[in-house]
Write a protein that binds this ligand. Structure first.
Ligand code: NOJ
Length: 548
């Protein structure tokens, strides 16, 4: 019997960065009617949910991650009616909508902060984190904490003569999660969207919610590019009380059937899955916490296999994993793994890995056509990080360039000059062109997604590594009597792979071997960058070890 799993375990989530997906009103900025007009592409691709990066009113210092009203839609994205239409149109196509909720901080222009900063005795004063300067040196910040986006984490407010805390930009003051009224206001926000019918939330930087009560200094003993990286973040994030907040959010979302959360737990590259896993709170916290391991894996079968084994083992059979190759904060996978003529073949291997593992796959817009990171000239930089750290770090604009729909002007994204330049490969790398080519990357993504949906073992089965050898990663997914083997050749050269001798394997999908081809009994050749997905026709139980 196939276990009944909730949709957020069996479906594929597609992340849209709304400013860059489709502009409908000719202002060069993507919007909700634009997304509605492109739902057919997403339905065709086979995804089951959309995660929308923020669409709330915002002064856009951090492109929507600075919210000035949690329960409305930013005018550049459309209206509340547009949102309701998007929800209805998506649901009609069996596509769920996940909103990005940014609950660690608001915009400095949020009415709560305006009130809180109006006077020391304002009733909302304690909704944010205020502190006097150092005793005896009141113009000095209370401690040494640094902002993740550069500079001190404390900003002096001349009007009320205290500092306020901001983990990111000074235009993003951190809220005070130790304040009961603030908590209630946040619960209202969550209820508002769930009542409207949204299917879940991606929760921004959850591990920053609670800070040390005593505001102790961060020990400094590491080396890094920014002062933030020199510090050990013992007191400004990952405080144990944060898990209580996760549990309270869970209790609210659990009141509504078929909803979910996926939380961003920030850790320094290459990641700390042990810490991230704690935010599941044994099934009482986040439904899923993002695993960013793939964002930092070098192109080596062993690196990916180790990341998968570690995450799968950490979560066990009760908690649900997830995987992602790209997002709006890191260079796109296509560019990270690009190697001349091999780039496309590598993208196919990466996609096959993402879409055959045990765990919800998150696909970043444009990944399905092989969009590369854009090169943004300095005078067109938008991201505050790029503006601050250029040329050492050119920021995140490169992974946020407009979606490439066709070869018309601005890649079909907008009639006007887009807010970020369109990548110059768009005449050949676009959706319309790839729809026509049977062996395009887009059609490869479609085929993989379809296969995942048709084979319950692929979305719901167990995961077992067979082996990693000579840059080939081979694993099995199993559900009851169904056994599916996935062999991924990360190398450009041909490899021989051993197969269990007591089983006959038939190919389901492959980059080079024909479909429904029965594989030779004990050994198979994998051409360079080959992806081979095959199903057991008979029920052998033995696994194979290439060293024997
Ligand atoms: C994480 C988000 O993914 C990133 O884009 C944003 O800048 C920070 N959180 C601050 O909200």
């Amino acid at each position: 019997m196939t276990p009944h799993r909730p949709w957020w375990q069996t479906e594929i989530v597609y992340q849209i960065y709304p400013r860059s997906f489709q502009d409908s009103n000719g202002d060069g900025i993507g919007d909700l009617p634009g997304i509605i007009s492109r739902l057919d592409h997403l339905q065709d691709l086979g995804i089951g949910a959309i995660w929308l990066s923020p669409i709330y009113p915002s002064p856009m210092y951090d492109f929507g991650y600075d919210v000035s009203n949690y329960t409305d839609i930013g005018p550049e994205f459309g209206t509340m009616n547009d949102f309701k239409t998007l929800l209805a149109e998506a649901h009609r196509r069996n596509i769920r909508i996940i909103l990005d909720l940014i609950l660690n901080h608001t915009s400095h222009q949020h009415p709560w902060f305006k009130e809180a900063s109006s006077s020391k005795d304002n009733p909302k004063r304690n909704w944010y984190i205020w502190h006097n300067g150092k005793p005896g040196a009141s113009s000095k910040p209370p401690n040494n904490w640094q902002a993740a986006f550069g500079g001190r984490a404390w900003e002096w407010d001349a009007h009320t003569e205290q500092f306020y805390l901001h983990t990111f930009l000074k235009e993003q003051p951190d809220v005070n999660w130790r304040n009961f009224e603030l908590q209630q206001a946040m619960w209202d926000v969550i209820h508002f969207w769930l009542d409207l019918g949204v299917d879940g939330f991606r929760l921004d930087v959850v591990n920053w919610f609670i800070k040390d009560r005593h505001f102790r200094d961060s020990p400094c003993r590491r080396w890094g590019l920014r002062p933030y990286d020199w510090q050990q973040h013992l007191y400004d994030r990952n405080q144990p009380e944060t898990l209580e907040i996760m549990k309270q959010i869970r209790a609210i979302v659990d009141e509504y059937p078929h909803r979910m959360t996926v939380g961003e737990v920030y850790t320094e590259p290459p990641g700390d899955p042990e810490l991230v896993a704690t935010y599941y709170a044994d099934g009482k916290g986040l439904y899923m916490a993002f695993n960013f391991a793939f964002l930092f894996c070098p192109w080596q079968a062993a690196a990916f296999a180790e990341a998968v084994d570690r995450w799968d083992a950490l979560l066990g059979s009760n908690l649900w994993p997830n995987y992602t190759l790209s997002n709006h904060d890191q260079p796109r996978a296509f560019s990270r793994y690009a190697r001349g003529h091999d780039s496309l073949a590598r993208a196919r291997v990466a996609a096959a890995l993402l879409l055959t593992l045990r765990g919800t796959p998150f696909v970043y817009y444009g990944e399905e056509i092989g969009m590369r990171n854009g090169r943004i000239p300095r005078n067109r930089l938008q991201d505050p990080l790029g503006k601050r750290y250029w040329p050492f770090h050119s920021g995140r604009d490169g992974e946020r360039t407009p979606m490439q729909w066709d070869n018309s002007v601005h890649a079909g994204f907008s009639q006007a000059e887009p807010w970020l330049p369109v990548n110059n490969d768009y005449p050949s790398v676009n959706v319309a062109a790839q729809q026509q080519e049977s062996d395009s990357l887009l059609n490869w993504y479609r085929a993989l997604i379809q296969l995942r949906q048709n084979e319950p073992a692929l979305h719901s089965g167990s995961y077992q590594r067979w082996w990693v050898k000579d840059n080939v990663f081979c694993f099995e997914r199993q559900l009851n009597d169904d056994r599916i083997m996935i062999a991924l050749n990360f190398a450009p050269k041909e490899r021989n792979i051993p197969l269990p001798q007591d089983v006959t394997w038939q190919t389901l999908l492959s980059t080079q071997v024909a479909k429904h081809h029965t594989l030779a009994t004990n050994e198979t050749h994998l051409p360079g960058y080959e992806v081979l997905i095959a199903k057991a026709l008979s029920k052998g139980l033995n696994h194979v070890d290439p060293s024997t």
